[in-house]
Write a protein that binds this ligand. Structure first.
Ligand code: F6R
Length: 608
């Protein structure tokens, strides 16, 4: 949420700032701004409401050769999206960009009553506060930043420059990520490493409570308590191709279509189909520890939560004596939940930065419970704070709606479940079918995507005029229905909700009329006939049903059927989720909306 970039070096700062912001635009796209300083401290501030493209239009008339600057793409919290609320914010000689929320900004505002406020943001308060300690350059900028931050309650990733010292950027973080790129005669800064790709491979991930002074040749880091920190330089592994559209019109379609390959990356070196075993090194739990596990808490938000729900359904099918509780992070963090002995928590997050999930991780860890990350973004805060973990390795997910991460999160968690079951001595004959299907899944995904793509597009053309949708499933198809409804509503703005089939007659059946269409997931299995009866109840009320099934003999007279041909049975619901992803994509494209950047949303939700 909100993207920050910074540059100090010998090259054109505006060029890096704008290209970096474009790569971070998925983090917020209400407004954007950049500020550069000339060698003699002349400031050029350019801000625009809306997309980076609007900023670029203004920039064309204000080109500078400045070699230092900061930039920001905003996801509004305090104050509407507008030019005056766009960052960078100024206070005297200081300019600041901020990601996060200053919770006590009203109180701090009183301490800065000499400052004439231009915006409604909490961030400008921080700029004014820093300026009040800076005293026109009579104190080092880094000291003024530290003094101000000691008074702040809330979360922040910030970058600050001063016209009086146009050769340094001061940065700090608490709760909002910042990565420093170390180049030759240049130092770069971004909210995530994708903005640095192509400029440098050397990155330093700043930790909470750290502040740093960047010049073109140096990075000095210390804690807010003035203890020096020796920076750990890490290699950025992502390449340029991974963050480009690669011939697709939208990132969302690219990421849906990438799933056969991204899942292979999740499985690499972890699955032995012949033996029917899995091996995960990352969690770092010994056999004896795995054997003792009785209770699994799975924590996530949105799609990650749905992945956790689905994985929970699977794991309890093959792991004896284990209770699984999948929880929404924003709720769980404020519950007074009792965590029994022999519990392990799976912390699920694509970005590894989600504020609520991170808060749960810290809370659970404090209670002495082992935490295992199921994370995509390498080097992210959650990845660094968990006790152990499994990266899903799906590569950058740039479209705001999560797709390829979901598939791999489910399978990574199921593999963790299989690891527990193996340690508990569950018979190979029970576990082997799961492992065999996991090994086949990437190719089955490839096949289904190939076969269903145009079929779903045709269906999407028929249903994009509806305002409401109901997604239905039971057992493992229920979380698939939940995820399908989320996908549709977040990109197409069609009001979509999911229900367990069995719940229909307890209320939602009242909804069925011509304003609604229904997507029914009907996997082969022991509950198939029951689910079919539920569909009959919908049809009897003239429902507009799209059935998604892998049952060859399916013969209900519904409006549309998407038949999945697959040899898989256990993981057929994951293949059905591909249909949901494609449906959401094609409905949205037909409606003409921005499918990669839905309104009001942003990727990487670093505020509560
Ligand atoms: C939906 C979506 C969100 C995220 C949620 C958690 O398509 O992308 O619901 O799944 O914000 O994000 P992470 O996984 O980064 O913690």
């Amino acid at each position: 949420m909100c993207g920050i970039v910074g540059y100090v070096g010998n090259k054109n700062a505006q060029d890096f700032l704008v290209s970096g912001l474009k790569r971070l635009e998925y983090r917020g796209y209400d407004s954007a701004g950049i500020l550069t300083l000339s060698d003699d401290g002349k400031a050029t501030l350019i801000r625009a409401k809306g997309k980076i493209a609007n900023l670029e239009e203004k920039l064309a008339k204000l080109k500078r050769s400045d070699t230092i600057g900061i930039g920001h793409t905003r996801w509004a919290t305090h104050g509407e999206p507008s030019e005056r609320n766009a960052h960078p914010h100024q206070a005297g000689p200081i300019y600041l960009v901020h990601n996060g929320i200053i919770e006590n900004y009203k109180e701090l505002k009183k301490a800065t009553n000499g400052h004439e406020y231009q915006s409604e943001t909490d961030s400008e308060v921080l700029a004014a506060l820093i300026n009040s300690f800076y005293k026109d350059g009579s104190h080092p900028l880094i000291n003024a930043v530290v003094q101000a931050l000691k008074l702040v309650k809330g979360t922040y990733g910030i970058a600050v420059v001063s016209v009086l010292n146009p050769d340094e950027i001061v940065v700090a973080r608490s709760g909002s990520p910042l990565v420093i790129g170390v180049g030759h005669d240049e130092t770069l800064l971004a909210s995530d490493a994708s903005a640095l790709i192509g400029h440098t491979k050397q990155a330093i991930y700043l930790n909470d409570g750290e502040v740093a002074r960047l010049t073109k040749n140096s990075v000095e880091i210390k804690t807010l308590n003035a203890e020096p920190v020796s920076a750990k330089v890490e290699e950025i592994e992502t390449n340029l191709a991974a963050i480009q559209k690669g011939g697709y019109e939208h990132f969302l379609l690219k990421e849906i279509m990438e799933q056969p390959d991204s899942l292979v990356e999740t499985l690499r070196g972890r699955v032995n189909a012949e033996e029917g075993t899995v091996r995960l090194g990352g969690p770092g739990l010994k056999e004896a520890e795995l054997r003792k596990i009785k209770h699994l808490i799975i924590v996530g938000c949105g799609t990650a939560y749905h992945a956790g729900l689905l994985a929970g359904y699977y794991i309890e099918k093959f792991t004896p004596e284990i209770t699984i509780e999948t929880v929404i992070a924003s709720e769980y963090r404020y519950r007074q939940a009792y965590i029994p002995e022999n519990s392990v928590a799976l912390i699920v997050s694509q970005s590894g930065e989600t504020a609520d999930t991170l808060a749960c991780l810290r809370e659970i860890k404090q209670q002495g419970v082992k935490t295992i990350g199921i994370v995509n973004a390498i080097g992210s805060t959650i990845a660094r704070e968990v006790d152990g973990g499994t990266y899903v390795h799906v590569g950058p997910e740039i479209s705001v709606a999560s797709t390829k991460a979901f598939t791999s999160q489910v399978i990574a968690m199921v593999m963790f479940g299989l690891t527990i079951a193996q340690a508990k001595g569950v018979k190979r004959t029970i576990l082997k079918p799961y492992v065999e299907e996991i090994a086949k899944l990437p190719e089955e995904i490839r096949k289904v995507l190939g076969e269903a793509d145009q079929e779903v597009k045709t269906i999407a053309d028929k249903y994009n005029g509806y305002d409401h949708a109901v997604y239905l499933g039971r057992d493992t198809a229920y979380p698939i229905a939940m995820e399908g409804a989320l996908k549709l509503k977040e990109v197409s703005y069609i009001d979509a909700n999911a229900y367990a089939f069995g719940e229909l007659k307890h209320g939602p059946l009242a909804l069925i009329d011509d304003r609604f269409f229904e997507v029914a997931f009907l996997p082969e299995g022991e509950l198939y006939e029951k689910a079919v009866s539920n569909v009959q109840e919908v049809l009897a009320r003239n429902g507009h049903v799209i059935a998604v099934t892998n049952v060859p003999r399916f013969d209900l007279h519904v409006e549309n059927v998407v038949k999945i041909t697959t040899t898989l049975t256990i993981f057929a619901p994951i293949l059905m989720n591909l249909v949901s992803q494609l449906l959401a994509y094609y409905v949205t494209v037909a409606k003409g909306y921005n499918v990669d950047q839905p309104r009001n949303l942003a990727k990487s939700v670093t505020v509560e």
